[in-house]
Design a protein around this ligand. Structure first.
Ligand code: CA
Ligand code: CA
Ligand code: CA
Length: 684
């Protein structure tokens, strides 16, 4: 053989080898690869074949870690129907119409470059039919976020409490000098502030987590990120803070209103509505537990608050859960909504924080918790002493001891709510009133409760609604059911707030104290995905328009649009709502199921929204380290920035341990790489 020819062939082969991968990449940019619906049966996750999933309505790794549980089915006489929230992975070309008759209700249809992720409520019986539907590629469990967050905290507590070797490795660092918390020096944030004068100005950051309590001393009204309408970018994706206000109060002549409790029903997250009576409820699980009912009068004082007399004042009860290190607090908060501007549309809410605080004081006394001041030592059944809450003044919090620092918060008025359990839709359709049992409730609530699945026969779809209903049917108070989200918000962008630390008075501001904070409390992983689309600048495309003001009067004429061939999907609007999202949680279980490749549905959702909108998602890599290949989804996304954990343990000298510096990735932090070999951990 001619040696020259051989050489030429080698060169050609080499060139081909070099060129082919590039060509493949070039092709993939123009022709989006698609999964074709070729299966006769979809892949059904084994988790959906397990009783546990249907018991909780979602994948729950450890039910003892649930922050928000189901009411006792025996006590509340809840029928034992098995239903749950699932992800239906569908071909990109298949319309959700094929799901007609096969789901209880559709929560979202989220497009990606690989497939559509549909989030839906289904019964256990519907699983099989759904699995053999053409276009359906896989059915996967949705996952409860609160359990993930609680598990993470429990593991960390146990590690630090029990492992002397770990304690030795993690030598304390930091002198505690200076006016700020040491962490802003560790990350270099302090240098950026002082050398470049940049403290996060003009940046919007969304905390997708357990909620953000803007009443926290380091946050407040000024920290709230706003959209182009000036509305707060507070998006309650799981309707956790939804307060129905069904009672039209009668205005009396002496500054009082009369409330007819036979019209009262209360939404209890995640998806229950109960008929109620003239009682407020409180329960605390810590220190042996304490629960009780407070009978309330028919009349409530409103003093001389401003309201339009031709529009009825409407009354309802908020039902909040707050999970603390001592135990979980459940309680109700009286709320009214009024039209104060006189245009016929509701615009202002009042929460009776002092009467609610009375319940909190009573319940927490079982743990000898000291609450400062005298507010709420007796219930006042009055809205006259409360601040009017409206857009522009959203934070509902009280300073109890007059030192200028808020001590008690019931949350903030949300800008938007996602009707993920269809409660608002059914309220608008008058369904609750029809379905509420007319028997006299025992205790404070009806024992013959109505729950969501009884009304799901029409397969409703979820929509974005305003946080304060202009028609007065509901209002949404966003709060943090856990504290994890508020902690993350303060760590990232808490304002300069001076507090007594072990090193003296010092600011505990976050890394970017001038950034604005958006928030989405979420209970299910599926609804965090909706938040990702919302904050990345996607909007719901419907036959009633793009919903940019999220008012849906026409929707009530025909709410079943997803099954009639209309477009019903999240579409990018061309401008993102926030610059950055923070996701301080992840799903380790997906690694065990072999789906941590970076092409699992959640990672794909993160990749797609980043590439489409330029919004950057920061995601915790997880606390399952230090092994090789440890990373949880969605940090395994190729384009999201995975964040590992490090610590200086500056608090250790406070407890008499040696100070010292570690400045390294902490042992339990995940490190990656993903199964694709992508390194996502970014240690400081
Ligand atoms: Ca008004
Ligand atoms: Ca009051
Ligand atoms: Ca105070």
């Amino acid at each position: 053989m001619n040696p020259k020819f051989l050489k030429t062939t080698s060169v050609i082969v080499l060139i081909l080898i070099l060129v082919i991968p590039h060509m493949a990449i070039a092709l993939s940019q123009t022709t989006i690869p698609e999964l074709k619906p070729g299966y006769t049966r979809a892949y059904i996750s084994p988790i959906l074949l397990d009783d546990e999933f249907w018991k909780h309505g979602a994948y729950v790794e450890d039910s003892s870690l649930l922050s928000i549980g189901k009411p006792d089915p025996v006590e509340f006489e809840i029928a034992d129907v098995e239903f749950g929230q699932v992800l239906i992975i569908m071909s990109r070309t298949t319309s959700p119409i094929v799901l007609k008759g096969k789901v209880l209700g559709l929560i979202a249809n989220l497009p990606t470059h690989m497939y559509n992720v549909v989030i839906a409520w289904i019964t256990r019986d519907q699983l099989n039919k759904l699995g053999s539907t053409p276009g359906v590629l896989a059915i996967l469990p949705d996952i409860r976020l609160d359990v993930l967050v609680n598990k993470e905290q429990k593991v960390l507590r146990e590690l630090l409490d029990k492992d002397p070797v770990l304690a030795e490795i993690l030598e304390a660092g930091g002198s505690g000098q200076g006016t700020h918390h040491y962490t802003v020096e560790v990350t270099g944030a302090y240098d950026v502030w002082t050398q470049y004068g940049i403290r996060g100005e003009g940046v919007k950051l969304a905390i997708i987590d357990t909620g953000v309590d803007y009443g926290s001393p380091g946050l407040g009204l000024e920290a709230i990120a706003r959209d182009e309408y000036g509305l707060p970018l507070i998006f309650d994706a799981s309707s956790l803070g939804l307060v129905l206000t069904p009672v039209k109060a009668t205005v009396l002549t002496d500054g009082y209103i009369r409330v007819n409790y036979s019209d009262l029903y209360v939404f209890q997250p995640p998806y229950y509505v109960f008929r109620w009576t003239n009682r407020l409820y409180v329960r605390f699980t810590g220190c042996g537990g304490r629960s009780g009912w407070l009978t309330v009068p028919d009349t409530w004082y409103i003093g001389n608050i401003t309201f339009n007399p031709s529009v009825p004042i409407k009354f309802g009860l908020a039902y909040q859960y707050i999970s603390t290190s001592l135990g979980t607090l459940y309680y109700t908060i009286p709320v009214i909504v009024v039209d104060s501007s006189g245009d016929g549309y509701y615009d202002t809410l009042y929460a009776d924080t002092t009467t609610a605080l009375y319940l909190v004081r009573w319940a927490l006394a079982v743990c000898n918790v000291t609450i400062p001041g005298t507010l709420g030592t007796t219930p006042d059944f009055s809205f006259a002493d409360e601040e009017p809450i409206t857009y522009g003044n959203e934070v509902i919090a009280r300073d109890l001891d007059g030192d200028g620092i808020r001590d008690y918060s019931v949350g903030a008025l949300a800008g938007y709510v996602y009707d993920a359990a269809f409660v608002i839709l059914l309220e608008k359709l008058g369904t609750w009133k029809e379905l509420m049992p007319q028997t006299q409730p025992l205790y404070g609530y009806s024992t013959a409760s109505v729950i969501m699945y009884e009304t799901w026969r029409y397969e409703p779809v979820a929509m974005v609604w305003p946080g304060l209903d202009p028609y007065g049917d509901y209002v949404v108070l966003e709060y943090d059911y856990h504290s994890h989200g508020t902690y993350c918000a303060n760590t990232a962008a808490g304002r300069d707030f001076y507090a007594q630390t072990g090193y003296g008075a010092r600011s505990i501001s976050g890394q970017a104290p001038a950034a604005k904070i958006a928030a989405s409390p979420a209970l299910y992983f599926g609804t965090t995905a909706v938040s990702i689309y919302f904050f990345s600048g996607f909007d719901l495309a419907t036959p009633y328009g793009d919903g940019s003001r999220y008012l849906w009067p026409n929707l009530l004429v025909n709410p079943w649009i997803a099954f009639e061939g209309y477009e019903w999907t999240w579409v990018y609007t061309g401008e993102h709502q926030v610059d950055i999202t923070s996701n301080s949680w992840g799903i380790s279980g997906w690694a065990l199921w072999g789906w941590n490749t970076g092409s699992d549905p959640y990672s794909v959702i993160y990749d797609y929204t980043i590439l489409t909108s330029g919004t950057m998602h920061f995601v915790a890599v997880g606390n399952g380290g230090p092994g090789y290949g440890t990373v949880s989804s969605p940090a395994s996304s190729s384009f999201a920035i995975g964040v590992g954990a490090a610590t200086e343990f500056t608090y250790r000298p406070l407890y008499g341990y040696w100070p010292g510096s570690s400045r390294n990735v902490i042992t339990w932090s995940n490190r990656g790489p993903t199964e694709l070999g992508v390194l996502t951990s970014s240690p400081p």
